[in-house]
Each structure stands twice: as structure tokens, then as C-alpha cells.
Design a protein. Structure first.
Length: 159
């Protein structure tokens, strides 16, 4: 399996849309909010796409889960990569909150009691975590193998 991260600028969204029709990419928008920007393309993105999210104290896993669930109803979202100092714990929070179930959960980044994040995404979303060295999803591990500049932005391929 391969995963391609694409860092784009807002001015290059037309090229992103064209590329996303031919190749699955996980997108990070460098100069605008990634979720809002991809949501604004709801009538143009028709092939599955992923989103790369940088979490912080100001942008928690709980907020990211809300944003991912919302975005999944606007575009065909199938992948999210969580990048943070606590990527594994943050990814666990996202996975728990991307269901219709009541969430009662405690780990290093969150304590959730009776939490809901409804409606759940219309299709399953693979939640990957980036620890600064490798991408992980379950037992699968991907490492960066190449980087290149493309028309819509800088691409990094993980295998």
C-alpha cells in the first residue's frame, strides 16, 4: 500500500481537484484551514480523498473528530492522518468518535463520558497516525520513500 501526502496552497485548488480525480491523495492546505477548504470543494471532489491534520492544544482530537465527521458528509473522505505529539492517543479518540455509539473512553489526551459525535460518517474512514517518523494504521507501517514537487504542491509518498 502507498499513501501520498500532498501539501497545497489555497491558490492551487483547481490543480488539486484535477489531480484528486486521478490519484488518491491525503491533503494538507498550508495557508488556509484544511477542513474548511476541502469542504468548500464539495461540488468538485468526487473521488475519495484524505486529510492530514496537525493537532495541538488549540486543536484537539475531539474537535478534529467533529470536523472529520462533518467533512465526510461533504466530500468522499476515506482517510485521515493525525499528526501530533500524542498521535496514537489522538487517533484512538478520533476512531472512537467516528461512530454513532456513545463513547466512554479515557487515554492520554482525552476523557470522554457519554460523548456522541453524530451523525457518524457515511462510509468508514481509516485513521492513520504520524509519529514524526512513520505512519501507522493498526499493524500497517508506512515510511516516507520519496518527495517531489508537483503542480498542485509538494508530494511525499509513504510505502
Amino acid at each position: 500500500m502507498a499513501l501520498v501526502r500532498l501539501d497545497v496552497r489555497f491558490e492551487d485548488l483547481d490543480a488539486l481537484v484535477a489531480l484528486a480525480q486521478d490519484q488518491h491523495v491525503v491533503v494538507s492546505v498550508l495557508d488556509a484551514d484544511t477542513i474548511i477548504t476541502l469542504g468548500s470543494l464539495h461540488d468538485r471532489l468526487t473521488s475519495p480523498i484524505g486529510v492530514w491534520l496537525e493537532l495541538s492544544e488549540d486543536y484537539s482530537a475531539q474537535m478534529a473528530a467533529r470536523d472529520v465527521a462533518t467533512l465526510s458528509w461533504l466530500v468522499p473522505l476515506d482517510t485521515v492522518v493525525v499528526s501530533s505529539e500524542s498521535a496514537e492517543s489522538s487517533a484512538q479518540v478520533l476512531e472512537a468518535l467516528l461512530t454513532n455509539d456513545e463513547v466512554n473512553f479515557t487515554n492520554g489526551v482525552a476523557t470522554l463520558v457519554g460523548a456522541y459525535n453524530r451523525p457518524a460518517p457515511p462510509a468508514p474512514i481509516a485513521v492513520w497516525r504520524w509519529d514524526g517518523a512513520v505512519l501507522r494504521h493498526g499493524d500497517e507501517v508506512l515510511r516516507g520513500v520519496s518527495s517531489a514537487s508537483r503542480e498542485p504542491g509538494d508530494a511525499t509518498t509513504y510505502r
